[in-house]
Design a protein around this ligand. Structure first.
Ligand code: SF4
Length: 521
């Protein structure tokens, strides 16, 4: 590993703004945040994958992966981060390194040619060049190639040095943030500035969630000047140093960016969430409070309170419509990264019973709120093995599981409705109106008439107690072409075994073979 990359990783592992990091010993800190892998469990993405996840939602940039084909094959597309404009981010660009390039040391030349090709074909505002394991191991200097290409073509070429082998997806997230701090943030100046300019960091506009929140900001006259990522444009990343406050939506990913923006450019930051009613209100309040501290008119606070009152009243009025359909339903929440307590509070308010919630990515503060709302901490758990989750769903008589995609099969095995609340979901659940969409999804799942039929015993599981006549078979079998007999079939209940019949062994005389294979029919 190059010395510069080693130093960068050591720097990222030392994060004074992260409570967990600060509480670690010097030795533990050097190991980073990656958890030891469990044999048989999915390992999660590599550092390159983490870097790509963070940066790919910058929609107008050409994302060029310097790698053999498989790396971009794995990282292509995105997690449903939506764009309101350019679709360039959805195209996979790669140098597609071959054995010959590796053996002959042609990697850097190939990368330079690929940069030229993508600039000529796409004219992007910038090219992000991602390092991966193979070029990093053979010593390709992507920083030098990017410098030369920027000089030659006049388009910023940004090296993103997070080859997969250096660590986990989380480390890749942070290294991507470092690349933006080193090469992009502060390189352009916005035409106008207002006291209402903010940065949003770590919201990926999954399924268009940011668009459920942006109208609220518009009503308050707040402008998203800088963004990483959330439907971002390259210039928005470059403008981040001029915002008045940074809202960090996911502290796990990019806390280093928020902290360094404050240290280098004096932009204060706070951590917030737009998931759940109370969280959305708290985030808006905090954002406005800091904006006023930074020079915005104090009447912003009154407008913010008025907006929150209107929106909360409107959303509760709409949620009331679902009360009769969801009241008394029992929910198991396995939500991972989202803030559990704010969703728990809203579900309980509508008469639903939350039988358990995972707090594996929640902060200590979140855990305290969950305990407060649910009465004790016995409903909280970190991770749950699928077999335990199955048992809990069955034993606790749950009506619905809300989780990420990996748990859906546990719910289906337990013949239980499942609502996707993770990053791959296809519906946005952010802001006030997002809660209405979430309740609509829960209602749709738990009240689907399919479940009653699915849980009823199959016809062949019900013992036959009296003779039943089935209607005559008509038409012909589409596979064999054999015509139906036209005769009705009677099903006669089996005779109860008599002692004599049991005593005498039955001799099997042999089966009458059919010319028709029944399985095919
Ligand atoms: S671990 Fe390395 S080779 Fe595998 S996808 Fe990540 S960057 Fe590519």
């Amino acid at each position: 590993m190059a010395d510069a990359l080693k130093d960068k990783i050591a720097d990222v592992f030392d994060e004074p703004a992260c409570g967990t990091n600060v509480s670690k010993s010097e030795q533990q800190r050097k190991k980073g945040c990656a958890k030891p892998l469990t044999p048989g469990a999915a390992a999660g993405g590599c550092a390159f994958d983490g870097a790509k996840i963070v940066l790919q939602p910058i929609v107008d940039v050409a994302h060029l992966v310097h790698a053999p084909l498989a790396c971009e094959g794995n990282g292509w597309d995105n997690r449903g981060a939506a764009s309101s404009g350019s679709e360039r981010y959805r195209t996979g660009f790669t140098t597609d390194m071959s054995e010959l390039d590796i053996v002959m040391g042609h990697g850097e030349r190939k990368l330079f040619r690929a940069i030229r090709e993508v600039i000529e074909a796409e004219a992007p505002p910038a090219v992000f060049v991602y390092a991966t394991c193979v070029p990093a191991l053979i010593g390709d200097d992507i920083d030098a190639v990017c410098r030369a290409a920027t000089e030659k073509f006049g388009t910023p070429c940004i090296p993103v040095n997070a080859p997969g082998f250096v660590g986990s997806k989380n480390l890749g997230n942070k290294l991507a943030g470092e690349a933006m701090l080193d090469h992009v943030i502060g390189t352009l100046e916005p035409e106008t500035l207002t006291p209402y300019d903010i940065n949003i960091v770590g919201d990926y506009n999954l399924s268009g969630e940011l668009w459920q929140v942006k109208p609220l900001l518009d009503k308050l006259g707040i402008r998203i000047l800088g963004s990483l990522a959330a439907d971002a444009r390259y210039k928005q990343v470059a403008y981040m140093h001029r915002a008045k406050v940074t809202m960090m939506v996911c502290s796990k990913a990019l806390i280093n960016v928020a902290r360094k923006l404050e240290e280098r450019h004096g932009v204060p930051w706070f951590e917030g969430s737009f998931y759940g009613i109370s969280d959305t209100s708290a985030s808006l309040r905090e954002m406005c409070r800091i904006l006023v501290e930074q020079g915005a008119d104090a009447e912003l606070l009154d407008r913010c309170e008025a907006l929150i009152a209107d929106e909360e009243a409107a959303v509760w009025a709409r949620l009331e419509g679902f009360r009769a359909r969801v009241e008394g339903r029992r929910v198991l929440l396995y939500t991972g990264g989202h803030k559990s307590w704010s969703v728990v509070a809203a579900l309980q308010e509508l008469g639903m019973e939350v039988i358990g919630t995972s707090v594996r990515k929640a902060t200590e503060e979140d855990k305290a709120r969950v305990t407060e709302i649910m009465g004790d901490d016995k409903h909280m758990f970190d991770n749950m093995a699928p077999k335990d989750m199955y048992r809990l769903l069955k034993d606790a008589g749950a009506d619905v599981l809300m989780s990420g995609g990996r748990s859906q099969f546990v719910a289906l095995k337990a013949r239980m409705p499942w609502v996707d609340v993770n990053q791959e979901k296809h519906e946005p659940y952010a802001g006030y109106m997002g809660m209405v969409d979430l309740l609509r999804a829960i209602d749709r799942a738990v009240n689907n008439p399919m479940w009653e039929e699915l849980r009823a015993p199959a016809p062949w599981e019900t013992p036959l107690t009296e003779t039943r006549t089935l209607p005559p078979l008509s038409g012909e079998c589409p596979v064999t072409g054999i015509a139906g007999t036209g005769r009705a079939v009677s099903l006669v209940p089996p005779l109860p075994p008599s002692g004599a019949a049991l005593a005498a062994p039955v001799e099997v005389a042999g089966f009458t073979s059919s010319t028709t294979d029944f399985e095919d029919c």
